[in-house]
Design a protein around this ligand. Sequence first.
Ligand SMILES: NC(=O)c1ccc[n+]([C@@H]2O[C@H](COP(=O)([O-])OP(=O)(O)OC[C@H]3O[C@@H](n4cnc5c(N)ncnc54)[C@H](OP(=O)(O)O)[C@@H]3O)[C@@H](O)[C@H]2O)c1
Length: 238
Amino acid sequence: METLQEKSCLVTGATRGIGRAIAKTLLEHGAHVLICGRSEASVSQTVASLAAETGGKVAGKAADVRDHEQVARLFNFADERFGALDVLVNNAGVGVFSAISDLSIQDWQYTIETNLYGVFYCTREALPRFGTRGGGHIVNISSLAGKNPFSGGAAYNASKFALTGFSEAVMLDMRNHNVRVSYVMPGSVATEFSGSTPSGQDWKIWPEDIAEIVRMILQMPVRTLISRVEVRPSRPKR
Ligand SMILES: NC(=O)c1ccc[n+]([C@@H]2O[C@H](COP(=O)([O-])OP(=O)(O)OC[C@H]3O[C@@H](n4cnc5c(N)ncnc54)[C@H](OP(=O)(O)O)[C@@H]3O)[C@@H](O)[C@H]2O)c1
């Protein structure tokens, strides 16, 4: 297994939910972790709590992944703090669910720009940085909505289906350049995603479980690439 010790990892959208759990697991395995989210207050609060819980080397910067200039500043900050980058976890994502007849232009743009453009902007910044340490790994947090359409999912399905195509194309572009690209497709995860409340979600996948999958993907020997993982609750609520 590859070690995560002192690997420099950037996790987007890590102020709560799946991203926070991934950041925590990476820190527990000795990685250096940079997180982002849109609000300065929640980023600094999360950095403080992750540092207290893990004793690990964690930093944060507010950045909206929809804005390529903020993304560029985020990666410059990673250069200053860590001097190199080994892992990018594209986790930041939003869910707006409504029938096509009710789908506003704003909700469409919000969803596609966060879940797809944001991944492109971060990937674009990460790839040249991986070169300095001879390789890297990108893990995209997609969704089973990236393969299973559902009513009310026009914007979210479109963003995650596109992320499936993007992830696989980039994987093919980069696999011979020491960069592995993986994507995880979870079903329902117990988070505050899209206004969900934490109570009554015990039947769902827990964020810690997705974090454990990301850790396993990253720790596979470099000769092996786990390109796609589908994850679902064992016993979905009827
Ligand atoms: N929960 C599920 O059932 C589920 C299932 C399959 C896939 N997923 C995927 O898992 C990922 C994480 O979801 P989650 O359930 O953990 O949701 P969550 O609890 O709502 O967390 C989302 C995180 O992303 C950040 N974020 C949102 N928009 C952002 C932006 N434009 N720029 C930077 N950060 C942004 C949020 O921070 P701020 O609000 O502070 O910016 C927050 O830290 C998403 O890509 C989602 O599509 C979730």
